[in-house]
Design a protein around this ligand. Sequence first.
Ligand code: ADP
Ligand code: ADP
Length: 235
Amino acid sequence: SEIIRLEEVWKIYGKPPSETIALGGVSLTVRKGEFFAIVGPSGSGKTTMLHLIGGLDRPTRGKIYVDGTELTAIRSDSELSRYRNKTVGFVFQLFYLIPRLNVLENVELPLVKRGMPKAERRRLALEALRTVGIEMLAYKYPTQLSGGEQQRVAIARAIVGSPRVLLADEPTGNLDAANSQIVMDLFKRLNRELGMTIIMVTHNLELIWNCDRVARMYSGKLLGIYTPEKYSELI
Ligand code: ADP
Ligand code: ADP
């Protein structure tokens, strides 16, 4: 069964004559529980697609459905914000932790936005930290952590509210090989053990072997969707 559907999605930045067609009519579906990769050269529209699915931005044309809700029918920003907070979790190349907050407080943030009582927030944040294997860092501050540890904090923050979909934009882009492997193993566990649907943008082709299917973008168009095996034969 499907969890995400894009129907003829366009995203055009700017106005003629200096417009950029970031997405030029993309249609695809992602299945529930799938580990889905989006690949393609720089500027091909990968991040734009992830942002539209995550409700960080709205398409110029077309429809997007996530978990039974038509995202593109949501008109108010506050409702879109509620969607982001509840349905999706984001992980980025730069970790975007808040330096003045300790690890536990960073992980609690999405729950603070939901108005959850403190004791319950604490419990869920500690559980998320345990899931990513860094419970012992709960009272450290982001600047005291390595890049790999910071990314695991960011992943804990992304999953603390039990989102249906995890969206990751070049999650290993700032990590060395060993930490990239830790993050990928973690994603595979979240995917297999917790059934989390994961959509990951990457240009590291070694990472696609962790995924179920690979969407290939070029110049704002979806060229095709492949298994990792088929994709590796193409290139
Ligand atoms: P990718 O993630 O594959 O590198 P992006 O989705 O970031 O590609 O960008 C697709 C195209 O849209 C690029 O040409 C980029 O310059 C353009 N673009 C992205 N964001 C904006 C923006 N906020 N304003 C104008 N153009 C943008
Ligand atoms: P609110 O709208 O209630 O202030 P946000 O939408 O900012 O809440 O936060 C929801 C999620 O979206 C957070 O996990 C945050 O990391 C992410 N987010 C919000 N804005 C951006 C942005 N411009 N770029 C990347 N991620 C963002």
